[in-house]
Design a protein around this ligand. Structure first.
Ligand code: NI
Ligand code: MN
Length: 227
């Protein structure tokens, strides 16, 4: 498994031989202008919810790569109308793909699509194979539903959690989220892109350490290293 960061909530995961891309938002991200969208590999694009900072470049990348979308019914239908095919799940449902299992889990957020269409409910994903399991939370508040993840999924290796506050949970709540989903290693998402969600990296790492958790703050365009 290999993890790379393209800014905001966009992660690339090489998982059981397939290229998974989460929430592509690159062209509109002022911090990700050095990322060459042409170089991004994708077999599947997983979209957590309908907001522009998550569906942003999905159509363009799907058209270039032939990647299939994995998202909720409303977003998959909206993209299907634009010629991009995908697999629809809904909350609590899981489906076995050629790289492993994807379970769609709840997120507490909103999800109107950029053109005002109904994007359905916002979601997170738990992805697993025999070897690995991780949680991509999407945009969400801290939620008691996160306690369902360890009850219904394999043990998590790591969780990708939003923590820029204002639009999602902040750092303190993300520490509680890690406790709820019983994970020790957290990768930060949804921070620094815009002024209101800028975080103090050092303080964030310290807060996680105080809670006996490891926080990895990824760098845009770089592989995510655990050390
Ligand atoms: Ni959002
Ligand atoms: Mn967002």
């Amino acid at each position: 498994m290999l993890l790379s960061y393209y800014g905001h909530s966009c992660f690339y995961v090489f998982f059981e031989g397939k290229h998974l891309l989460f929430d592509p938002f690159i062209k509109g991200n002022p911090l990700a202008q050095h990322i060459d969208i042409e170089s991004i590999k994708a077999d599947y694009i997983l979209i957590s919810h309908g907001h522009g900072d998550h569906v942003g470049d999905a159509i363009e990348i799907a058209q270039k790569t032939g990647a299939k979308i994995i998202s909720n019914f409303e977003i998959v239908s909206w993209l299907d109308n634009q010629g991009v095919k995908g697999y629809a799940l809904n909350q609590g449902g899981k489906y076995s793909f050629d790289f492993g299992m994807v379970k769609m889990v709840s997120a507490s957020h909103s999800g109107t699509l950029p053109d005002g269409s109904n994007g359905g409910n916002p979601n997170g994903f738990v992805v697993w194979s025999h070897n690995h399991c991780f949680y991509f939370a999407g945009d969400t508040a801290l939620s008691y539903d996160m306690k369902l993840i360890p009850l219904t999924c394999p043990k998590l290796d790591f969780a990708i959690l939003p923590m820029g506050d204002v639009f999602t949970m902040g750092i303190e709540d993300a520490c509680i989220a890690a406790e709820f989903c019983e994970v020790k290693t957290v990768v930060a998402a949804h921070f620094d892109t815009f002024d209101p969600i800028k975080i103090d990296h050092q303080a964030a790492v310290s807060t996680f350490l105080k809670n006996d958790l490891k926080l990895v703050i990824p760098e845009i365009g770089k592989a995510v290293n655990w050390e």
